[in-house]
Design a protein. Structure first.
Length: 105
């Protein structure tokens, strides 16, 4: 996705706008930043296709442990990492949504 010129004074508003427009969202949970967890939950709530990544050794918190995560090694050769990510993507991008939409107000 091409991110356009930032129009908002508050970066979170810009990120939310981009999540709304996106067909899929890639969330990296390395360092477990609360804003990334919020953005991941927001994307799942919108039934977006979400790919979760994190650097090797990241301890995923609470319920995120059950979501498939691509763990990556920054020391790995780029072409190997790219191939592994593509394989993960192809296996996981079309999994069923976490929220079916039924019963949601």
């Amino acid at each position: 996705m091409k991110i356009s010129k930032i129009e908002e004074g508050f970066l979170n508003v810009e990120i939310i706008k981009n999540i709304n427009k996106s067909k899929f969202v890639v969330v990296d949970l390395t360092s477990l930043r609360p804003n990334c967890l919020f953005e991941m939950g927001y994307a799942f709530g919108l039934n977006k296709k979400v790919i979760v990544t994190a650097i090797n050794g990241t301890k995923l918190p609470f319920d995120t442990k059950s979501i498939p995560c691509f763990f990556w090694n920054p020391k790995e050769i780029n072409s190997d990492l790219k191939n592994e990510f593509e394989e993960f993507w192809n296996k996981k991008i079309n999994r069923r949504p976490l929220i079916s939409g039924e019963g949601i107000i």
